[in-house]
Design a protein around this ligand. Sequence first.
Ligand code: OOB
Length: 542
Amino acid sequence: MTTPEQIWPEKLAQTYVEKGYWQGETFGQMLDRLAQAYPERMAVIAGEARWSYAELARRARIAAEGFAELGLEPGERVLLQMPNRAEFLAAAFGLFYAGLIPVYALPAHRETEVLHLAAKSGARAYVVADRHDGFDYLPLARRVLAEVEGVEHVIVAGDPGEFTAFDALGGEGLSAPVPRDPQAVAFLQISGGSTGLPKLIPRTHDDYLYSVRASAEICGLSARSVYLCALPAAHNFPMSSPGYLGVLHVGGTVVMSPNPQPDIAFRLIAEHGVTITGLVPPLALLWMQAAPRSKHDLSSLEVLGVGGAKFIPEAAAKVRPVLGCTLQQVFGMAEGLVNYTRLDDPEEMIINTQGRPISPHDEVLVLDDDGKPVPEGEPGNLYTRGPYTIRGYHAEPSANARSFTPDGFYRTGDVVRRLPGGYLEVRGRAGDHINRAGEKISAEEVEDHLIAHEGVFDAAVVALPDKFLGEKTCAFVVRAEAGDVQSKDLKAFVRGRGIAEFKVPDQIVFVPEFQTTAVGKVSRKALRAALKDNYLNKGDAA
Ligand code: OOB
């Protein structure tokens, strides 16, 4: 199993160091520094937990010692799947202290994704919570242990069953020095890519912490900032845009919300004086619907970041009047590049654009399909490279050849317009994934699940526009000869394959056949596009 790495060309790396972007600090060193600077200050509020910076560091060190005692060694990967609770942070920083590499799975992931991520990363352990949202993770943990070669330990926050309890890890706290190589891989994020199962994104201490520090500054964070982590903590947006890491970096307080629903989140905002949070567009809409009727005082909220999917201007314009706070549009990707509207931008820019890059050294190209630059204001394909954008996925030679140019630009798959001042407006996407409320779904992956059903001859999955979700998933299905499979059977079948619920098609449309060209062959991409156009133009559901 190859050890994950992320390497920039020597000369660029040198520039990033000289410019002060890469400051040579690792995550472990960062938490040590914070615990020294603000030992008493409140770092994390989650359920009953109230942890100061000193307490967070103490717990993370104990966890680190526990990981080492289990025999886990620096550089090894550990799959971390935990909802928004205090242990998430203790576990993540514990892994950093021990030099282990967290692999961040989402709580919504089920056996298909979890088994894949564990195998692909070569994980040696699985750190998980006992239950969340009515789902029991212990049977899943049993499968990971039984089926993924290399996984030897399961560590559970909550009731551990036959496994190791997270709370029982460690002893007096790790005394070994924290890892010091800032250009080593700190963790693996997962891609919401358009082909097959998620790919792994190796991020280094240096590159990621640069994006954290710069985001904290752009988002106006200070020690009095209180960040509500409402989206799943494993996702890049609440992690670092500016996220809980941005707030910890400046000595502020993170409040973990077990879910982003207004009834729970509003109570936490009022109770803890939350000043900033981040949401995907459908949740921002839901909050705006609920806020006028809420009995909770939301007046502490100063900034609402919205990103993950396009926030349409009509909705964006309502944020200030309805919620009384400044909207910040965030257009980012786990692979790197993050754009923000600035807090003091004219309201018109905040409403109509998805912001501009964090760094003066983010290189952004907007090219036509032949690879030629398009004039400012014209839509084109977005390519980027820079001090916190990866140069390759982990162990994916063919995906890397497709997703990166020979000179290291990442092909984002997004279609954007570049406006004066480097602001970007997202217009759409070239790739074949569905952006369902910020969750990225690979058409190919869902097609593979559908085709596995014996009543299905072929399937093509497309995004349909949806007023609330932005996009929803529609599967066009050609039944197997003489078959009579129905929508509900297929949905139940796909669900039964153990995938995240958000990937189950919202709509299934049966068609007699897929039109092919005279040669009898057509690319999946063209097929999906033709089916979608035909359906949207005729509106004919079968
Ligand atoms: C964030 O990260 P990912 O990796 O889940 O998804 C990235 C993709 C982008 O390539 C783009 O297609 C879409 O999500 N996206 C947006 C958007 N923000 C992300 N599309 C339109 N408007 C936006 N504001 O989603 C992510 C990572 C860090 C911060 C924020 C979001």
